[in-house]
Design a protein around this ligand. Structure first.
Ligand SMILES: Nc1ncnc2c1ncn2[C@@H]1O[C@H](COP(=O)(O)OP(=O)(O)OP(=O)(O)O)[C@@H](O)[C@H]1O
Ligand SMILES: [Mg+2]
Length: 293
């Protein structure tokens, strides 16, 4: 049975005072964040992870980008960043049965991975960070031991874990395969003011539809005026618009200094809280439906 609990969240404002509205929030929503390179996926993922954790959810933030840098968005110094699991050759060989004892070119398609999030995740304040990485050859969906390992790990965390899971995806459409997003509740696309970024979002949304993902949302990022957010919104096809984040020098500086993005700009955090709440309202009905099936 599905588990619900309620959190207060701010919705609109009355005479300068925020009105607290109680809505049910599902424990364990699974959200993947995608978009063109450099648009702000990692930034959104890190801030949302902190927001969910602040509200009392157990959170697992997964870095599924071949250039793993979600740790730095939490302010973790480079030397303390966990090594991506996809680079652990011995572990993958052991789990997929391609170690020294292996016979021929066979490997397990469903390697055991359920113990790995516990073993390899890093505690970051109230949340957990799991640095998985991605395969750079064969478009991520490769029929090789690493591919089977990655698919098993992501599918396990998305389908079996109780936490809120946020997946920071690799940039672009080519990486988004069944392996990385199967079973997610929502794909959220970050879009910056620019035609190619919008095109990537529309292509990813189309693919999400083909993969059966029920909810696709978008966040405009780095906008310099409200018209840019509106223009982005008007060009997105079948994507729920969740909000606009202004261009922020403070965010850029935080990245430069490897400081936590969550502490860099309160306005962006507030806007992302609203966007997150809008998304949860969209996700909730489809989750409830599925839970009752
Ligand atoms: N609203 C914003 N204003 C100014 N700079 C921003 C904003 N959002 C993100 N940035 C900056 O843009 C850069 C890219 O952001 P981020 O790493 O979050 O994007 P990404 O989509 O994850 O990139 P990649 O495709 O490389 O993984 C970073 O330097 C980040 O600090
Ligand atoms: Mg990133």
């Amino acid at each position: 049975m599905a588990r619900f609990y309620s959190i207060p969240f701010r919705h609109g404002s009355t005479h300068g005072h925020d009105r607290a509205v109680i809505i049910p929030v599902m424990v364990g929503a699974k959200i993947a964040i995608g978009g063109k390179g450099g648009v702000g996926k990692t930034t959104v993922c890190a801030v949302w992870a902190e927001l969910f954790a602040e509200d009392g959810s157990d959170v697992l933030a997964i870095d599924a980008d071949p250039n793993t840098n979600l740790a730095s968005a939490f302010g973790i110094p480079g030397e303390q960043s966990p090594d991506p699991l996809i680079g652990m050759k011995d572990l993958i060989a052991e789990r997929t049965g391609t170690g020294k004892e292996a016979v021929g070119a066979y490997f397990r398609l469903n390697p055991k991975v359920s113990d790995l999030p516990e073993k390899y995740s890093l505690d970051v304040g109230k949340l957990k960070l799991l640095v998985v990485g991605a395969i750079t050859h064969g478009g991520g969906g490769c029929a090789c031991p690493e591919g089977a390992f990655l698919k098993a790990l992501l599918t396990h965390t998305i389908l079996q874990r109780q936490e809120v899971v946020l997946v920071d995806l690799a940039a672009g459409v080519e990486f988004m395969g069944r392996a990385s997003v199967q079973g997610i509740d929502a794909l959220v696309l970050v879009v910056e003011p620019g035609g190619r970024s919008i095109e990537t979002a529309n292509n990813m949304a189309k693919m999400a539809g083909e993969l059966g993902i029920g909810c696709v949302g978008a966040i405009a990022n780095k906008t310099t005026d409200t018209a840019q957010g509106e223009l982005i919104q008007s060009q997105l096809k079948d994507i729920a618009f969740l909000g606009s984040l202004p261009y922020s020098r403070a965010l850029q500086e935080a990245d430069l200094r490897r400081e936590p993005v969550f502490e860099a700009n309160a306005e962006i955090v507030e806007e992302l809280k609203r966007a997150r709440n809008t998304l949860m309202e969209l996700v909730l009905p489809s989750r409830a439906l599925r839970a009752n099936e």
